[in-house]
Ligand binder design. Sequence first.
Ligand code: PBG
Length: 333
Amino acid sequence: MTVYGSFPGARPRRLRVNPAMRRMVAETRLHAADLILPAFVREGISEPVPIQAMPGVVQHTRDTLRKAAVEAREAGVAGIMLFGVPEDEKKDGLGTAGTDPDGILQVAIRDVKAEVGDELVIMSDLCLDEYTDHGHCGVLAADGRVDNDATLERYAEMAQVQADAGVHVVGPSGMMDGQIGVVRDALDSIGKEDVSILAYTAKYSSAFYGPFREAVGSSLQGDRKTYQQDPANVRESLRELSLDLEEGADMVMVKPAGPYLDVLAKVAESVDVPVAAYQISGEYAMVEAAAEKGWIDREKAIAETLLGIKRAGASMILTYWATEVAQGLRAAR
Ligand code: PBG
């Protein structure tokens, strides 16, 4: 055998020789407690309704939502993020159903709380788009623009009804300026100092929300570009981050996850609060669609996307695969 000089001098492949070795030196590990399950609950249905663009995900009935929460808890999932889908005729310009104490989201929070208590962190989307007839995340001014400050008043009220229903964490996702401060004050003023805020800090205006809009039956015309961030920007996220922290965010989030791992990494390295990433509906749909066609290995692709998000710095990941992945991790132990 000819030996060509002394190269290679280093052999990183030694640490990849077999599964046991690779397992030992793995720098990132997924854990069920990293995962949060986003779930939709729809008013007035007696059977769950499948979401076409998200195979495997449904709009839950109140009853199946409770079951999904129990299943998530049993799998060891950390939390559940609830989205309410009201009956169409209950949508209006102000998103009134979002602040109705008996609105679908508030009812669902109570249901889930009664079922799992404090064993699963119960979170709620704090945004108006599910409840407005125009589909925007806020209320509209006379000229049709989303009125930031008028919307803040609605968010304050939403935070209070969600807290009254027993939620542990509210997730303001509308990208209005000042939303975190207003929500914090609103919660504190009714004695809900213990309800925490997961701020959607860097939320980009993304094409990958498409399937979600079907999931919540959104009636949005146009886009959200005057409030959600431009995909071209990253410094802007750091500005949003410092504002959210100043205003009292307990945890911060980057969304979407996969196409914004650089943003996630920057945010994670500059804060001392937990950082979440939301692997959104379009990210889910892409993997499911390619897998359905037999073009990728579904389970491996799912694991890789989640590992990538965690490696980039997320301490919590919202993913529609949360329960399935947590069950898989449990079985593999
Ligand atoms: C706003 C909200 C959206 C998502 C979560 N909260 C939609 C949007 O901003 O258009 C998207 C989640 C997903 O796509 O999975 N209430």
